[in-house]
Ligand binder design. Structure first.
Ligand code: HEC
Ligand code: HEC
Length: 233
């Protein structure tokens, strides 16, 4: 092939490759929202959708990040702790989705812009700060009702941890098999307090890991009490 022909052939490949993806920015953003590929980490297995709903949260799900409907209109994020939307998304990528870079996703790159276009396309929702309350000190709570706890566990914990005691169907390989691994390491009494602490503080307050925190708004104490009972605490 002459150099000119080669050049024309290459150009054709480039043009074809870029025109293969005929989706709009919103469609590409939605696909990213639902895929672990939103984070470049090869060990990340969860998506934005694992923790957030694009509209009202379905009745059979408890999502630590809640609904993102109307999110672009909110004055601040993370209960008022974060002012910038891009930073709020970057925090999720870094804290929960194993994004390797401290800068996280850049809203200047195409994927960031696609994700933003998708968030902008979501239906209107609360236009004020969404409250996100976690306790400073974790206080142990009495166990509740194991039958209710099963449904609550299925709604909020099963997606990552899989079934209790076996981890069957868990989405996140590094999520412990609960309660067994916790009890083996800490015993029942400490294991129980550790579980409350993990649910409320997750990796923050010096605890570590990449589980998300559940606020009182998303998971009230009486529901956590039911989950503790279901786990046999
Ligand atoms: C492991 C769970 C988890 C994952 C995965 C996750 N988030 Fe979050 N996200 C949270 C939690 C928890 C908050 C704080 C919730 C709050 O402020 O109400 C949050 C907050 C946010 C906020 C701010 C909302 C507000 O009003 O405070 C945005 C925007 C957001 N996440 C977008 C994303 C996007 C986009 C992705 C995917 C790239 C993502 N998140 C992945 C858990 C997660
Ligand atoms: C988005 C995924 C995700 C969800 C949802 C989730 N977890 Fe986790 N959890 C993890 C991961 C990952 C770990 C291991 C890393 C760490 O400690 O943060 C973990 C660790 C834990 C631990 C510590 C286990 C030990 O012995 O080290 C407990 C207890 C726990 N989770 C309980 C829960 C409960 C109860 C729920 C539901 C209210 C829940 N988790 C929801 C991902 C999740």
């Amino acid at each position: 092939m002459t150099p000119t022909r080669l050049w024309v052939a290459c150009l054709a490949v480039v043009v074809l490759a870029s025109s293969c993806d005929e989706r709009t920015a919103i469609e590409r953003g939605e696909a990213l929202f639902r895929s672990p590929d939103a984070s470049p980490s090869p060990t990340n297995t969860i998506s934005c959708r694992t923790c957030h709903a694009p509209a009202a949260v379905p009745a059979n799900q408890i999502l630590s990040g809640g609904s993102l409907a109307g999110v672009v209109g909110r004055p601040s994020f993370w209960g008022g702790r974060v002012r910038d939307l891009r930073e709020a998304v970057n925090d999720c990528l870094r804290f929960f989705m194993r994004h390797p870079s401290a800068e996280g996703l850049s809203m200047d790159d195409e994927r960031g812009l696609d994700l933003l276009a998708y968030l902008e396309s979501l239906a209107a929702g609360p236009s004020d700060v969404v409250p996100f309350t976690v306790p400073l000190d974790v206080v142990d709570i009495a166990s509740g009702d194991a039958v209710r706890g099963r449904a609550l566990f299925d709604a909020g914990c099963h997606v990552c941890h899989g079934a209790p005691s076996t981890g069957d169907q868990r989405l996140v390989p590094q999520a412990a098999v609960i309660p067994d691994e916790t009890i083996a390491e800490h015993g029942v009494e400490l294991g129980r307090a550790f579980t409350v602490g993990k649910v409320r503080h997750a990796q923050f307050f010096g605890i570590g890991g990449d589980m998300p925190p559940f606020s009182f708004e998303v998971l009230p104490d009486d529901q956590l009490a039911d989950i503790l009972a279901y786990l046999g605490y």
